[in-house]
Design a protein around this ligand. Structure first.
Ligand code: ATP
Length: 300
């Protein structure tokens, strides 16, 4: 079967401004793809083209086997969309909203099952106006899932959430993965992308600057592993370690981390140095992302 999303050489101009400059994108069945990029990079433009809400200027787009610009109505039933901002109908309960929405679909999911997936069973009879911000976002996701979509677009689904609500949302997205749903996610939280995504695509200035797993992106920018330990008064210095914020920090190539750590431990033993708070931290996605997007900006 063809991939749920296939994009070749997609471009979009607003007048003489080129917002999307010939991008290629593939999302496989059941995959969670995180689409990342700075403000104004072209994410929303691309996603709205994929959802059939904007016309492209050039290139080929296939979403669930159709060109979104000319897809039949039945195609829309196969897609779920959670927008950045939306407001459920205030006077309806969560369950009533779902039952009403289910009527638009030929093969909807059972509303109670959907309430369970998004963790709203306990609040199913509460009117939307009384739901908390996090619960409203859960209802948004429930409304996107009621039609039993094969593909879900999640546009910054956890913006403004407290840390525990974000973790709960992640569990919901993981529940989608278990259902075999394909997900295209945009987010400005790198830990979210790192946690959820099978594949990451970074767009900047309308062009794709990197794609792959977090590890592949790390290789692309040759991000370094950090070995650090606490500095204490009178400690002697190891090689090229820098002293930063009361910590000794060594930055090494990923594939040299083990050898360097061995050297450090041997040195510490010979010199009777206690390496308190010793940490080995591989590069995180935030650092990798900043390197990728800064490189792009340097070219502009
Ligand atoms: P954000 O993270 O802020 O949501 P984004 O990556 O989604 O950003 P887009 O909304 O796709 O970015 O915008 C890409 C560029 O196209 C921006 O420079 C934006 O100002 C411009 N743009 C978007 N929509 C229009 C429009 N309807 N008319 C003219 N320019 C537009």
């Amino acid at each position: 079967m063809a991939n749920p999303i296939e994009v070749k050489n997609l471009s979009k101009s607003y007048g003489d401004f080129h917002a999307v400059k010939g991008i290629d994108l593939t999302v496989g069945e059941g995959e969670i793809l995180a689409f990342l990029g700075p403000n104004g990079a072209g994410k929303t433009t691309t996603i709205e083209i994929l959802e059939g809400y904007r016309k492209r200027s050039g290139g080929d787009v296939s979403v669930l086997g159709h060109d979104p610009q000319s897809a039949p109505l039945a195609w829309r039933e196969r897609i779920g969309i959670v927008l950045q901002e939306s407001e459920p109908i205030a006077e309806l309960t969560a369950r009533e909203s779902l039952v009403m929405q289910a009527a638009y679909y030929s093969q909807p999911r059972n509303p109670d099952e959907v309430l369970e997936i998004v963790g709203l069973t306990e609040s199913s009879d509460v009117r939307s106006r009384k739901l908390s911000g996090g619960q409203k976002r859960r209802l948004d996701l429930a409304l996107a899932l009621i039609g039993n979509p094969e593909l879900v677009f999640l546009d910054e689904p956890t913006t403004g959430f407290d840390p525990s609500a974000r973790r709960e949302s992640w569990a919901m997205v993981e529940a989608l993965r278990d259902l075999g749903t394909t997900v295209l996610l945009t987010t400005h939280y790198m830990d979210e992308a790192e946690h959820l995504a099978d594949k990451i695509v970074v767009i900047a200035g309308g062009a794709i600057v990197a794609k792959g797993t977090a590890a592949e992106l790390a290789d692309q920018v040759q991000a370094k592993t950090k070995i650090s330990w606490s500095a204490s008064p009178g400690t002697i210095h190891f090689e090229s370690a820098q002293l930063l914020d009361n910590e000794h920090v060594l930055e090494v190539e990923k594939n040299q981390a083990e050898a360097k750590l061995y050297e450090l431990l041997t040195w510490a033993r010979h010199n009777n140095v206690a390496l308190e708070g010793l940490r080995v931290a591989p590069p995180n996605l935030e650092e990798i992302y900043l390197l990728l997007t800064n490189e792009e900006h340097a070219d502009v």
